[in-house]
Design a protein around this ligand. Sequence first.
Ligand code: SAH
Length: 206
Amino acid sequence: MVERLRSEGIRDEVVLSAMNSIPRHIFVDEALAIRAYDDSPLPIGSGQTISQPWVVARMTELARNGRDLDGVLEIGTGCGYQTAVLAQLAKTVYTVERIVALVNKARRHLQSLKIRNVRLAHGDGSADLGESLAVDAIIVAAGATHVPTTLLKYLKPGGRMVLPLVQNDDGERGVQRLTVIEAAPAGIREQVFDAVRFVPLLPGLA
Ligand code: SAH
């Protein structure tokens, strides 16, 4: 899988070795385990999907941007696969999931890998989290139609948010693109990258 990711343009060796160290088949149902290393999204229950490996690698690479990460906030834990990858790169990973069945599933997966530097919460990541966090990066793992500005206050100066954002102004209405929002001292900077397909970021708990 890592060789393929490298050939598909993932350059950050720290990200590649983190992905190499996490067994992806643990995170999908047994019947799908044989497809766990394919480059495709797979169902994880509750109508949600585990992101394809390339997307996980690319988002992590964009979030890291070559830096060591202290804290990372992830919105949309799903089955916990990207959480586990992030836990290899960051000192602490804070992750929030709105569907309680997936919170429990992710908790089981992370425990089975003895990953202990993750704080997992059942919550709505499109709203205020009611916490005082200061992280180097935020990864939003669900498609947003606008930048969730309530989260920007959790970024340290120079921190980066990576999210699939619907870009309506590039002539391709409705296309989600990986977007990096940088909290630079001079203000907010937005950079647009690859086209992707994510399940939507939804409000409220389930
Ligand atoms: N990276 C995940 C992919 C998760 S799919 C993995 O490796 O499995 C996106 C997830 O975002 C879904 O589980 C969905 O329930 C969750 N989600 C959507 N809107 C959310 C919100 N407002 N707050 C928290 N989680 C949300």
